[in-house]
Design a protein around this ligand. Structure first.
Ligand SMILES: [Zn+2]
Length: 291
């Protein structure tokens, strides 16, 4: 995961460009839910899809959570789901009953109502792939503190100590300050405390460390980066070859590229500990060969 920086006025402007008048209607709907005490809108009236394009553009066509590139053209918009970070309806307890995932810390109780006041809050949206959104995140929202479903005040909501990481704007921690990589494998950046818990749960819930397609894609990126790194070390390399190798680095670490967090971590490692980078390259090669 990486952060996609944007301010509130910038996101509001992007949303209004996608659908003029959307914010005003969203505010009216939120007040209606506040008066009713729950999210009572029929599916046919849901209008968050109207502003999907603003989020697809901000996230550079990538899933907010697994960093896969999804389709770019209009027809491919179906691949991107508008995801409610805090569920608008009932929240289930996570890990679900029977899950193999076990945690030594509390991950919150279920809630019947869910975060009904955030159903039309733009800083409660991301776009995500169907595996991350529908299959894995579903209506889970693990928290370390007490769940607070009756407020849309983000300052108050901090008391929940939510465990998943929200990657848009600066309303949450930078995902790269919590999750790093050992080769293709995402791992918590620190070994204990809040940052550890949040990284562990985000990796665990989205299965970022066990999904074969993600590991294979990251392995391909690591092989390309190692090759470019070695190329740049070669004595007498031509200016043209140097430029091409540098382009591979620049492209891989840019926010618009798939698995940028993994690529950025590996590029740093190539420079700081080439022997370790070589080990990870070998493991990546095995993943690619065994695919
Ligand atoms: Zn995803």
């Amino acid at each position: 995961m990486i952060r996609y920086s944007i301010t509130k006025p910038e996101l509001e402007a992007a949303v209004e460009r996608a659908k003029r008048g959307w914010l005003k209607k969203a505010a009216l709907k939120t007040e209606a839910f506040r008066n009713a005490g729950d999210f009572n809108e029929p599916d046919s009236k849901n209008s968050w899809s109207d502003i999907k394009s603003a989020f697809i553009q901000l996230q550079k066509n990538k899933c907010a959570y697994c960093e896969r590139q999804l389709g770019h053209d209009r027809r491919s918009r179906i691949e991107h789901d508008v995801e409610h970070f805090r569920p608008k309806n009932a929240v289930r307890r996570w890990p679900a009953e029977g899950s193999k995932q076990k945690y030594r810390f509390t991950t919150g109780d279920a809630s019947e109502k869910g975060y009904y006041l955030l159903s039309y809050n733009i800083f409660n949206y991301t776009t995500a792939c169907k595996t991350c959104n529908s299959t894995l995140k579903s209506n889970f929202f693990p928290v370390y503190g007490s769940r607070l479903t009756n407020t849309d005040d983000f300052t108050a909501l901090k008391a929940e100590q939510h465990l998943l990481i929200y990657p848009l704007g600066d309303v949450d921690a930078d995902p790269e300050s919590l999750i790093t990589f050992q080769g293709v494998l995402p791992v918590p950046k620190v070994k204990s405390g809040e940052k550890y818990r949040r990284a562990r749960v985000t990796i665990g819930l989205f299965e970022l460390d066990t999904r074969e397609d993600l590991n294979r894609q990251r392995a391909g990126i690591i092989l390309a980066l190692w090759t470019a790194h070695r190329f740049l070390q070669t004595p007498g390399i031509s200016d043209e070859d140097r430029t091409d190798a540098q382009r591979i680095f620049d492209l891989a670490i840019s926010a618009g590229s798939a698995h940028a967090n993994c690529a950025r971590t590996f590029v740093k490692l190539c420079q700081q500990d080439a022997a370790k980078a070589r080990e990870f390259k070998e493991l990546a090669a095995q993943i690619v060969l065994n695919a």
